[in-house]
Design a protein around this ligand. Structure first.
Ligand code: SF4
Length: 467
């Protein structure tokens, strides 16, 4: 292995892609909760059904607003009519749940048999009078959180046009205008500003699905700087999707939304603010500062706010300082989490990541680099499409204090004396913004605290072959 340094530029590698991760169709679990009036229909096989049923745990007993359209032999050999089958299911969904939008999630099977979901959706949409959005969140092309990326990229096409929305709101104002004020305005000859024009900066739309409380916290942080968020993609309800178009600035809150970012820039002509992600107090500050810089606003009190949060984390920091961590990589949050942990005083040996969009993550990678330099630790090795077998060999060699990994490797590594943290928890926990940094460290330190207590019992390695 090449020795790690902190003088050379970041080092990227690419392995075989033989790694464990969740299938991207799992995004229905959090998206159906976020978009309250939606229904997700996963068009796939029993394999997909088994995965959803097991991965989403107790959620399946809560009558969730997602379902499987399970393909049979007749569908696959084209003896049944796809359109009629989907029409039957969607009519039933409309009757039983009456959602504002149905999202079809394409799977590996629909890709392989080339089912024309995009072709059928507009026809059925007309027939049923309900929007149908198609997202190909399949395991052939994507990993885990990228499922959300495909859904949001598809929804970006359904957002109203900001130019048209502005014009409509103007017509509305004009229609409702009293004669006297209209006369007065024509005398003074200035237009009534719409809500977006009233703020001193261009409209800002944030993208990425976050729980309502976390989204509100981030909105509040920006408000403190005099920045108004004009909308979120996705919104709480489908009908409230934000207006997009030329002049609208967009900024992501999660590192796995590169397709959505591209769609917003290329298809909706929005301006992307490339910032590090608001994970950890350092990331949150950098995120706000970047938005302020783009709008020409001088940030106020951010440094003090960040220092105050770090002070509150001291108890956790004492536990992690000087410890080493190895990310096997499965959810694309790895770079942001690693950057935060380096700032906490940890040494990151390796960042495994399923897919690396160096352009979308440019600001985050730059922050990782400067953080490593400031903290005087070597740059981590960044391994795209990792090979889990090789990674286990490297873990054997490096013996990190903590491995962040999936369920498949967690227990086997634990049994060999390596502390692990289940990576999926970072996806479902609230990790964004200043106040939630504590939650990240709560997760990271849990195995360290537990092992500390167990060490006294002398049960560290429970199998014969050590790592
Ligand atoms: S990887 Fe493909 S077949 Fe497996 S659950 Fe995901 S979509 Fe279904």
């Amino acid at each position: 292995m090449k020795p790690l340094t902190h003088t050379e530029p970041l080092h990227f590698e690419c392995e075989t892609g033989n790694y464990h991760t969740f299938c991207p169709i799992s995004c229905v679990a959090w998206l159906y909760q976020k978009i309250e009036d939606s229904f997700f229909l996963v068009v796939g096989t029993k394999t997909c059904g088994y995965f959803l049923q097991n991965a989403l745990g107790v959620m399946i007993f809560a009558e969730p607003r997602y379902a499987m359209a399970e393909l049979e032999e007749g569908d696959i050999s084209a003896q049944l009519n796809d359109y009629q089958e989907l029409r039957r299911l969607c009519s039933q969904i409309k009757k039983d749940r009456n959602p504002s939008v149905i999202v079809w999630i394409g799977t590996c099977t629909t890709e392989i048999i080339k089912m024309d979901l995009e072709g059928m959706a507009p026809r059925l949409e007309m027939e049923l009078g309900i929007p149908i959005v198609v997202a190909r969140a399949n395991g052939l092309d994507y990993a885990f959180t990228q499922g959300e990326d495909t859904v949001l990229a598809a929804m970006a096409h359904r957002c109203p046009d900001s130019g048209r929305a502005k014009q409509q709101s103007r017509t509305h104002i004009d229609e409702n205008d009293s004669l006297s004020s209209r006369g007065l305005r024509s005398l003074l000859s200035f237009p009534v500003p719409s809500t977006t024009e009233q703020t001193a900066h261009p409209p800002l739309v944030l993208f990425g699905s976050l729980p309502a409380t976390v989204a509100a916290q981030l909105g509040l942080e920006l408000k403190r700087q005099g920045i108004q968020v004009s909308g979120w993609l996705p919104a709480q309800r489908y009908a409230e999707l934000p207006s997009l178009g030329e002049g609208v600035h967009v900024c992501g809150v999660n590192p796995f939304l590169s397709r959505t970012a591209t769609t917003l820039m290329r298809r909706r002509k929005c301006k992307l603010i490339g910032a590090p992600f608001p994970i950890g107090p350092d990331g949150t500050r950098a995120w706000i500062e970047k938005i302020c810089a783009v709008f020409g606003i001088q940030p106020k009190g951010l440094q003090e706010r960040e220092e105050q949060v770090w002070k509150g984390l001291e108890g956790y920091l004492r536990l992690v300082r000087g410890k080493s961590v190895f990310f096997m990589g499965d959810n694309l949050l790895e770079v942001s989490l690693a950057r935060f942990l380096v700032r906490c005083g940890m040494v990151v040996y390796e960042i495994g990541i399923p897919y690396m969009d160096k352009r979308y993550q440019a600001a985050e990678l730059a922050l990782l680099q400067s953080t490593c330099q400031e903290m005087g630790v070597p740059f981590p090795r960044i391994v795209e499409k990792p090979d889990n077998y090789h990674q286990v060999q490297r873990i054997r060699e490096l013996h990190p204090d903590l491995a962040i990994t999936g369920m498949a490797h967690a227990n086997p590594l634990e049994a060999r004396g390596i502390s692990t943290k289940w990576s999926v928890e970072f996806t479902f926990a609230q990790i964004h913004g200043f106040t939630n940094a504590r939650d990240i460290l709560e997760l990271v330190t849990r195995p360290l605290r537990r092992n500390h207590s167990l060490q006294e019992l002398g049960w560290v390695q429970l199998v014969q072959s050590p790592v």
